[in-house]
Design a protein around this ligand. Structure first.
Ligand SMILES: NC(=O)c1ccc[n+]([C@@H]2O[C@H](COP(=O)([O-])OP(=O)(O)OC[C@H]3O[C@@H](n4cnc5c(N)ncnc54)[C@H](O)[C@@H]3O)[C@@H](O)[C@H]2O)c1
Length: 354
């Protein structure tokens, strides 16, 4: 008897639809009688907003709650302010389902030229673990005093750091580091300038580290960390950072691998009380949407993370190996310097699954 999983697909906007279609094709090819995926697609996003004034159905979270996982494309379109589309759909799902751990592997693919010269002769492979439920994106604050006239408005945007929120993401990162060849965890901080939240972050890191004597640790200021991603990335294994810091650093990481289009991510509710969400790191790329040239590798890598989460690490590894075979053979989309279309890359990956 095989296992059956209910997956919600939310392609949303722009290239989201193109890369979700690609990822689904790979998932359907790698699964079979043993693992069955039953798909339901939701048409939420900026078009839905134009029709209904909402980014997702009013009872959207209730509709999604029964699924085993969510496979997401990208949200955002020039017709809707970005903060409205992001908070109305992607952040609504992340926060509503307490997907507090966001993992973003930085993977260097064979056959892809990295802007980092060091990548040619150094083994590089690290994972950014992002706190995904509070920090700088807690949504706390407000705007005021606009009534005093033009030029007088003020805005406050507060960060929220809770001891329990810091502790759970750090334990998650330590557990991840423990399972890797290089047992090392680096904490990203800014406690020199932010004396409340980031100092609490540092203290919790130090306390939790005592429970993991087998994991090497260090702590690095976010500005220095940006430089280290470029100059000394061979030192990194797992990197844990706040919501904003990890957001920025993981884009830097994916750019170093060659393109934003190759980066995968998982928004996890580790307790499994709610479905987790798997999505490429990139956005809806309005500049290339509809042309059939979007790089599907980030979405395909996210599909592999979903397989892992559902309990199929061998199938996940097969997908990742197939992607490597394809890039090594020089089948590259435009953003990686090649001429392959989204469909070309996708069928090559499916062929390489073996
Ligand atoms: N997770 C998300 O849904 C998410 C993330 C980032 C941005 N956004 C939204 O996406 C919209 C566009 O934002 P942006 O331009 O800052 O970021 P973006 O990631 O959409 O695009 C940045 C650049 O990378 C390129 N790119 C992105 N994905 C690609 C792919 N798969 N293949 C080839 N090239 C790719 C784009 O063409 C563009 O030049 C905005 O509305 C923004 O709010 C959504």
């Amino acid at each position: 008897m095989g296992s059956m999983f209910r997956i919600a697909a939310i392609p949303a906007d722009g290239v989201g639809a193109e890369v979700v279609e690609a990822g689904r094709a790979v998932l359907d090819a790698v699964t079979g009688p043993g693992i069955e995926l039953s798909w339901t697609e939701f048409d939420w996003g900026c078009d839905y907003y134009a029709r209904t004034g909402r980014m997702m159905a009013e009872d959207g979270l209730e509709q999604l709650a029964g699924f085993d996982a969510i496979y997401f494309g990208a949200v955002g379109w020039p017709t809707v302010p970005d903060h409205v589309s992001l908070w109305g759909l992607r952040l609504a799902v992340c926060q509503g389902f307490d997907q507090w751990a966001n993992i973003r592997p930085v993977r260097f693919l064979p056959g892809v030229t990295s802007p980092l010269r060091k990548a040619d002769d150094t083994e590089l492979d690290w994972i950014v673990v992002r706190e995904n439920s509070e920090g700088e994106y807690a949504g706390l604050g407000g705007r005021n005093l606009a009534a005093r006239g033009r030029g007088s408005e003020v805005a406050v945007q507060s960060s929220l750091f809770t001891e329990s929120g810091c502790e759970r993401i750090m334990r998650f990162a330590f557990d991840l580091a423990r399972g890797r060849e290089r047992r090392r965890l680096t904490s990203v901080t800014k406690s020199n300038a932010q004396q409340y939240g980031m100092v609490l972050w540092d203290e919790v890191f130090e306390r939790v580290a005592a429970d993991y004597p087998d994991v090497e640790t260090d702590s690095c200021l976010v500005d220095a960390m940006a430089a280290r991603f470029v100059l000394r990335p061979e030192d990194l294994s797992v990197v844990v950072a706040s919501n904003l810091h990890a957001d920025i650093l993981s884009d830097l990481g994916s750019a170093l691998t060659g393109s934003l289009g190759t980066a995968a991510s998982a928004n996890l509710n580790p307790e499994r009380r709610f479905p987790s969400m798997f999505e490429p790191v990139h956005g809806s790329a309005p500049d290339i949407a509809g042309q059939g040239v979007a790089n599907p590798i980030g979405a395909i890598g996210s599909a592999a993370l979903m397989l892992e989460h559902l309990g199929f690490p061998d199938e996940a590894a097969r997908v990742n190996r197939a992607v490597e075979t394809v890039t090594a053979a020089g089948v590259l989309p435009r953003d990686l310097g090649g001429t392959a279309t989204t469909k070309d890359v996708t069928s090559a990956v499916i062929d390489a699954l073996g």
